[in-house]
Design a protein around this ligand. Structure first.
Ligand SMILES: [Fe+2]
Length: 170
């Protein structure tokens, strides 16, 4: 039995830690703040339980943790590299947050699958994908066809679909 009590960092403290980790890259910071906001909103509206909501919020803050490394190492932020490189990075990043091993493993799994749309089997994963898509579509001006397809074929939550419809006016 674990008799040691560790204070667990709050979402706000993890946000501050991730902002510090980003070394002043405003594009990266803006992106994960937006993904976190959408993910948080969808999670609350879908009434996730407290633990899943926490996992979702931390995953959305940290999901692109491998972006700087991938730019340096591969010259791009290709999704597969990001997923692979993100797993060990996020485990190290969260190691001093007081989160349990189970929580850290789940977040590492989500970071490692945030570009994978096949086999989504849980609400934290589904909502991370939806929130990241909305943020990417606003940042990169995705076409209306692309957005309609995604909303119809990939999005599953009613709140994610409603958000996408009002943001993109489709
Ligand atoms: Fe992202």
């Amino acid at each position: 039995m674990n008799t040691h009590h560790h204070e667990q960092m709050t979402v706000a403290q993890i946000m501050e830690k991730m902002i510090a980790f980003s070394g002043g890259n405003l594009h990266d910071i803006d992106h994960f703040i937006r993904v976190w906001t959408y993910a948080r909103t969808i999670g609350k509206m879908e009434q996730l339980n407290k633990d899943t909501q926490f996992i979702l919020e931390v995953a959305s803050i940290t999901h692109d943790i491998a972006c700087p490394l991938c730019r340096e190492k591969y010259g791009n932020t290709n999704g597969k590299y990001q997923e692979e490189e993100g797993i060990p990075l996020v485990k190290t990043f969260l190691s001093d947050t007081g989160m349990t091993k189970t929580q850290i493993e789940r977040i590492a799994y989500l970071v490692g699958h945030h570009h994978t749309i096949n086999g989504i089997d849980a609400s934290d994963w589904q909502i991370l994908i939806e929130a990241d898509y909305i943020a990417n579509a606003t940042e990169n001006n995705y076409s209306e066809t692309n957005i309609r397809n995604f909303v119809q074929k990939i999005m599953k939550t009613d709140s994610g679909k409603r958000l996408a419809k009002s943001i993109f006016r489709i």
